[in-house]
Design a protein around this ligand. Structure first.
Ligand code: ZN
Length: 250
């Protein structure tokens, strides 16, 4: 199966992952190249439509950037990607830009792929954005399920915070939202003193040399949630299997 390379999947502060922060990918565009890229992105064909629209990570006032995924048969991107390029100077991987420019902004004819499980390839996007220093270092962190959340809440005791964002079981670390700032706590006796970060822009970034496997992690899981699982397999079962496989690799 020919897989599609993902472009433009972003970090979401409400459900933090290792996906890139677009704020870390801002730099000036050559106007001619940008025009070709915008034409190209807008000329893609719709592959998938989601019930919930996406939102602009720059909080620019655009509430809905779109609810579809578009493709040219080689890459796949969210409907809202042109907005980031046009309004926020967000950069994209050079091979894609070079291709869009070479095509004068018009995707070549292609056969529409079937939206099947495993169609999206997240690894190149993560490797590229990591190399740009755009991905928060959240390897090993997970979004807690309700049960884990309850346990952490009990462990934190009387501590005042607004939300439990992510946790890492192996180190017993949790990231809390506390009045708009982030606090990294180690929930165990004799654990490290809490660290405070004013926002995700202050959080350490992931190293660029990570291989596709470890760069995948949560972000890849998040992307896969958007895809159809094998018939008869619930997402829970799928994630469980995936987790087991990941454990075997460690
Ligand atoms: Zn915006």
């Amino acid at each position: 199966m020919q897989r599609l390379e993902v472009l433009g999947h972003w970090f979401n502060p409400d459900a933090p992952t290792t996906l890139p922060r677009p704020q870390a990918l801002v730099s000036a565009w050559d106007p001619r190249r940008r025009a070709a890229v915008l034409d190209y992105l807008r000329a893609g064909r719709e592959l998938e439509r989601y019930p919930e629209p996406s939102f602009c990570r720059f909080d620019c006032g655009i509430a809905h950037t779109g609810a579809g995924d578009y493709t040219d048969g080689r890459w796949v991107w969210p409907e809202g990607l042109p907005h980031y390029v046009e309004s926020h100077d967000v950069q994209l991987p050079e091979p894609f830009i070079a291709h869009a420019v070479a095509c004068n902004g018009a995707p070549p004819r292609f056969r529409m792929p079937k939206a099947v499980f495993g169609l999206y390839d997240m690894a190149p996007w993560l490797m590229w954005s990591r190399a740009q220093g755009a991905c928060p270092d959240l390897d090993g962190f997970d979004l807690p399920d309700p049960e884990v959340r309850d346990r952490i809440r009990a462990d934190l005791g009387a501590l005042i915070y607004d939300e439990i964002l992510v946790c890492r079981g192996s180190t017993r670390e949790v990231v809390l939202l506390v009045r708009g700032a982030l606090e990294l706590h180690q929930v165990k006796t004799g654990g490290r003193a809490p660290q405070r970060f004013d926002g995700w822009e202050e959080w350490p970034v992931a190293e660029g040399e990570a291989n596709a496997g470890s760069a995948g992690g949560m972000a890849a899981l998040q992307a896969l949630k958007k895809q159809k699982p094998k018939p008869g397999m619930s997402f829970e079962e799928f994630f469980e299997q995936r987790r087991e496989r990941a454990d075997e690799h460690e």
